[in-house]
Design a protein around this ligand. Structure first.
Ligand code: C2E
Ligand code: CA
Ligand code: CA
Ligand code: CA
Length: 280
């Protein structure tokens, strides 16, 4: 009878309630995922366009759900934010990244950097500080500058005292800052002057339509020139073709990231790729 009741319930539940239930279940599962080793960290190379070398990588989280298979971060990061789990997940991403970057600085390249994403709620959290991150890095023996934190423009737009404070914490720790998805929001280069940002990541919606004499080419050109004048390095996201790579390199873009070079790879596979490259 209990089973029948359940069936009747789900049969008559409107789609919105089904979606809400689904989110609740997934959020519950996410709580267990951290402890159950279901979260995996993948790395995607960031390639220096002039030399073709990989001296940086972006850490991207993956969730291998035991029943549902791979769940996209686009689906579970919002749930992690809504439930507050994002803070614990972010700490885990940081600690994993720190271990790997230590190894890659020792064995692959002395200035290797790992870039990690901080969603707005995560960045503005009350708990913890980036000084604690630096303490951890010092404890394992790598400098603050081995980590880059990627934030989005929206944060700077309504820059509260808290946001300014967090940016100062990062700078004090020597941790570098990248502005992610640049060009998709209310981009203003005045933020780049006001805040101490190290890298600008051109969103892949620009890279996608790059062609000689296109408006996206003109915009990319202008972004690169202005970023350089302000002392920032530029990373183009979503590089999928050699033509895009060549146009970006020609425009003076410093780094490229995208499927042309490699998809995000499990840490051990990325490690193998790095060693292959450095032995050539
Ligand atoms: P993002 O920070 O903009 O990351 C880049 C996304 O573009 C990644 O998707 C990556 O796999 C994808 N990508 C890379 N190269 C190409 C390409 O050439 N073509 C195309 N079409 N896509 C490419 P992914 O891994 O699914 O991550 C989605 C978003 O989830 C990320 O966007 C980021 O906002 C968020 N995310 C991922 N990992 C974390 C994390 O550890 N913490 C937080 N807070 N957010 C994360
Ligand atoms: Ca990113
Ligand atoms: Ca991005
Ligand atoms: Ca700077």
């Amino acid at each position: 009878a209990k089973g029948a009741g359940r069936n009747r319930f789900s049969y008559f539940t409107p789609a919105l309630q089904v979606a809400a239930l689904n989110r609740m279940r997934l959020t519950n599962d996410l709580r267990g995922a951290l402890k159950g080793n279901q979260l995996k960290l993948y790395f995607q190379p960031i390639v220096h366009l002039q030399s073709g070398k990989v001296h940086k990588a972006e850490a991207l989280i993956r969730w291998e759900h035991p029943q549902r298979g791979m769940v996209s971060p686009l689906e579970f990061i919002p749930l992690a934010e809504a439930s507050g789990l994002i803070v614990d997940i972010g700490e885990w991403v940081f600690r994993e990244s720190a271990q790997w970057v230590k190894r890659w600085r020792q064995e692959v390249h002395p200035n290797f950097q790992v870039s990690l994403n901080q969603s707005p709620l995560e960045f503005q959290r009350e708990r913890g500080s980036y000084a604690e991150w630096l303490a951890h890095l010092q404890q394992i023996g790598v400098p603050g500058e081995s980590i880059v934190v990627e934030i989005t423009e929206g944060l700077l737009l309504d820059a509260s005292a808290n946001v300014t404070d967090k940016l100062l914490q990062l700078r004090d720790a020597g941790i570098q800052v990248a502005l992610d998805d640049f060009g998709t929001g209310y981009s203003s280069l005045s933020y780049l002057k006001k805040f101490d940002i190290d890298y600008l990541k051109i969103d892949r919606s620009f890279t996608r339509n790059l062609a000689p004499d296109s408006s996206d080419m003109a915009l990319s050109d202008a972004i690169i020139v202005m970023a350089h004048k302000l002392g920032l390095s530029v990373i183009a996201e979503g590089v999928e073709t050699t033509e895009q790579r060549d146009l970006l390199a020609g425009a003076g873009c410093d780094y490229g990231q995208g499927y042309l070079f490699a998809r995000p790879l499990p840490a051990t596979d990325f490690d193998a790729l790095l060693r292959q490259q450095s032995s050539v």
